[in-house]
Design a protein around this ligand. Structure first.
Ligand code: TYD
Length: 415
């Protein structure tokens, strides 16, 4: 195992405090989305993975930062494969369309636009769109579908260039992006350069409240640098010259927050009741106290015990287990729980970029979903538990024929 270069976090990303409490240590982990060819096994890189809680502004964040160039330039994740995710994008687009009354002259920018899934909805609503994404492979897919895309990491320089070329944006979206950014202040400055004075900045990220309540330890990996609460986001966005005008919990990615922000105005609107309610809820759940995260860590270790015991009991009976969804989460579960091809025959996935490759660290082969129907395994382990309903619907024929389904989170469940 080769431990590779990374930056160690010693100060909080938002408030610069050094009062950081380390509550979880995964040891050395591979990059969760770096699916490999067999020829790449010997060069695979591993990095420490720890999670910290800032005792001053309550931001939960990783203890190390791997270069975004390494993480995002060739990215296998595409949202268009999931009906649930596309539905979330549809809701987001219709919600903002109603609020902003978008027209043919409106300009919508999506940061981290991936294969252009969200922008294709705005395009169909008849507005001008531009995507920004560092992954060449995904930008190509987007462009092939007619979505103009700038390839690169979003920063102030890029924001100025886009502004000069296309004008100001009425809407800037960033779904599942800000949690991946190290210099959040630079990122938000770039958004403010691009955003029209009356424009909206809508962002969505996995919600730490859901992560803690539902034991979602497998959503913690090198790409996700920050795990925001509404409280920590509010502190950040205020300092960056924005204000929150709405916040909403959405079910995607195990529970996320969708936040509508705007540039700070002279007259501040009174906070919406939902904002105050969520801030209250976060306090109730102890998101401002380090003990909460200590307990979380204890629960994760207990889950590890229960889960490995359940898998062992299945394997001693000589039963076959196949994984469903080669999610990044699968990389965390298999590496942290020590499960390789001896326990999981293979993982089936719908993403073309992943099929034929191997999972990071444990090198479990990835096949297309058709193979599962043909093999009819005894057990299917749903790694993409956030899509459990959608996946169970897809495989309902197997269930009728006796295949059992294992869901690892929030607690081990065999269906
Ligand atoms: P996802 O949970 O979205 O994200 P992450 O990688 O951040 O953990 O990943 C879901 C994976 O599951 C993705 O590789 C696509 C795959 N998938 C299927 O194979 N079949 C399906 O029916 C669905 C919904 C997803």
């Amino acid at each position: 195992m080769r431990i590779s270069e990374y930056k160690k976090v010693t100060k909080c990303r938002i408030c610069k405090s050094s009062r950081l409490y380390k509550f979880l240590d995964y040891g050395s982990m591979p990059l969760a989305n770096k699916f490999l060819e067999k020829s790449e096994f010997s060069d695979e890189k591993f990095y420490p993975l720890t999670c910290l809680f800032c005792k001053d502004c309550y931001l939960v964040q990783l203890g190390q930062v791997v270069s975004p160039k390494i993480l995002f330039e060739d990215y296998p994740y595409v949202p268009s494969g999931s009906g649930v995710l596309m539905n979330d994008f549809n809701n987001l687009a219709l919600e903002v369309d109603k609020r902003l009354n978008l027209s043919a002259s409106s300009f919508v920018v999506d940061i981290g636009s991936n294969d252009g899934s969200l922008l294709s909805i705005f395009k169909n609503l008849g507005v001008r769109v531009l995507g920004i994404d560092p992954a060449h492979n995904l930008a190509k897919v987007a462009k092939d579908h007619g979505i103009a895309t700038e390839v690169g990491l979003f920063n102030t320089k890029m924001a100025r260039e886009i502004h000069r070329k296309f004008g100001q944006a009425d809407l800037v979206c960033a779904t599942n992006v800000v949690a991946h950014v190290d210099d959040v202040f630079e990122f938000l400055e770039a958004v403010s350069i691009l955003l029209a004075q009356d424009g909206l900045f809508v962002c969505e990220f996995p919600y730490i409240l859901d992560l803690v309540i539902k034991n979602e330890f497998d959503t913690i990996y090198h790409e996700h640098l920050s795990y925001f609460s509404l409280g920590s986001w509010q502190r950040l966005i205020k300092e960056a010259g924005f204000e929150i005008i709405d916040a909403k919990r959405v079910q995607i990615h195990g529970g996320s927050l969708r936040i509508t922000n705007r540039l700070k105005k002279a007259e501040t609107k009174p906070a919406r009741r939902t904002i105050n309610y969520l801030l209250w809820l976060e306090k109730q759940h102890g998101l401002t106290e380090s003990e909460t995260f200590g307990y979380f860590s204890d629960r994760v270790l207990k889950l590890k015990d229960e889960f490995t015991r359940a898998i062992h009991e299945v394997k001693v009976r000589d039963k076959r287990i196949v994984g469903l969804g080669a999610a990044a989460k699968a990389s965390i579960v298999t590496n942290f729980f020590g499960l390789g091809p001896e326990a999981i025959d293979y993982i089936a996935d719908s993403t073309p970029f992943k099929i034929g490759k191997y999972t990071p660290g444990k090198h479990i082969p990835i096949y297309s979903e058709e193979k599962v129907f043909f093999d009819k395994p005894d057990y299917c382990l749903i790694f993409a538990w956030n899509f459990a309903d959608e996946i169970m619907r897809k495989y309902r024929k197997l269930r009728r024929k006796g295949t059992k389904f294992i869901v690892p989170i929030p607690e081990v469940k065999i269906i």
